[in-house]
Design a protein around this ligand. Sequence first.
Ligand SMILES: Nc1nc2c(c(=O)[nH]1)N[C@H]1C(S)=C(S)[C@@H](COP(=O)(O)OP(=O)(O)OC[C@H]3O[C@@H](n4cnc5c(N)ncnc54)[C@H](O)[C@@H]3O)O[C@H]1N2
Ligand code: MOO
Ligand SMILES: [Mg+2]
Length: 424
Amino acid sequence: MKLNKEEYDKFHRKPLQVQQAQELLASYGKPGLTEQIPLQESHGRYLAEEVKAPHPFPRFRRSGMDGYAVRSGDTLGCSSDQMVWLDVIDEIPCGSVSDHEITAGTAVRIMTGAQVPEGADAVVMLEMTELREYEGRTQLGLKRKIEEGKNVTPIGFEVQEEEILLRPGRRIQAGEISVLASFGVHQVTVYQKPRIAIFSTGSELLTVDEPLQPGKIRNSNTYMLASQVREAGGEPFILEAVMDDLLLAKAKVEKAMQEYDAVVTSGGVSVGDYDIMGDFVRSDSVDMLYNKIAMRPGSVTTAAVKDGKLLFALSGNPGACFVGFELFVRPFIQRVMGCDKPYLTEWTAVLEQDYTKVNAFTRFVRGRVEARDGMLYAIPAKVDESSVMVTIKDSDCLIVIPPTKSVTSAGEKVKILLLKGNTL
Ligand SMILES: Nc1nc2c(c(=O)[nH]1)N[C@H]1C(S)=C(S)[C@@H](COP(=O)(O)OP(=O)(O)OC[C@H]3O[C@@H](n4cnc5c(N)ncnc54)[C@H](O)[C@@H]3O)O[C@H]1N2
Ligand code: MOO
Ligand SMILES: [Mg+2]
């Protein structure tokens, strides 16, 4: 049977390597618009501004102990036989400053975190002191010499004035929040979250709250994708699933591509009679970037562009849909959010058991990573077919099995891509 042009295009797809496809997509995902948000809402966002220290930190000489601020010179030569007695002339709780300058023979009671007064150059711990009342004055007794600088944190010990603390593209987590709070940055300039439209295609799909019907399944990809969008940092918008009807899908996808920063669909990208997303990307509505990737699952993963906006048409098979998102959509979202390392973190691990499937394409096998005796082990999921949904939840990495004609043996080193909590 001779194929007409349309059939030929549908069946003869030119596969791109994963990296080629990622490079192709990279030119579309650039850090987007910025916005100012309150510090307490900035966790997980990416900084769009450089943050410099407006003052040194600490800003004043800080006591590291509850005790007495003294002049170390006054303690020279003191011992248990020959105690030194200093007049206690003031008390400084944390948050207060003393008007008194410490002169020879005097000391000030001070608390942890308080500003060490002028003249003092050391703080002696409370436990190392004695007190007495002497001729109407309170006196501090010391038995041991105190070194200059003891228990005093100098100005700028952590940070010098004008030092660059955080650069654009830095992910804001607890440590960064602490820095921003310390320097009074209560409004943070970050990149806006990309708004990602999600819809599934398939006349077999029911919503999660619908009872099952013959031949139908519940739409799980939409919700899984929304969760992946959120985990990647984007804002998901779940649109109603589309029946396998090209005109309907065309209208919905075109509208969504105008309204959102990117559109992610699942299903209908293979060669079946009702695989309408495959037909859509080959139409004049969009420019197809690719419709085959040399990978499994997800070989039919497709992408197209219109007016600079991306359409990610992922496979309907849940395993392939999940992997397609992690390899292609996630980096896009991360890049738009200002992240300069948008791809999944790659580690090397030892394959725990034989992986027997062979393939001409690279496999991204879901699995678990375990650390034992200083080694990382990659454990493939028991079932990892593209159509299998249930083992996605048990996986924290994708094990990369390059094209091979033979078994990949236990003990071999393999690359793994980290999934959950992938924030390194
Ligand atoms: N003759 C060929 N058949 C197939 C090929 C091929 O090359 N030649 N490729 C296979 C591969 S590989 C995959 S992957 C699938 C891709 O299928 P589609 O992307 O076209 O997706 P659908 O046909 O719409 O659905 C596939 C499967 O996934 C289920 N599905 C779809 N949407 C959802 C959803 N939102 N939630 C849960 N499950 C969903 C759907 O019911 C099907 O079971 O094609 C192979 N076939
Ligand atoms: O290439 Mo399909 O996406 O494996 O299962
Ligand atoms: Mg199909």
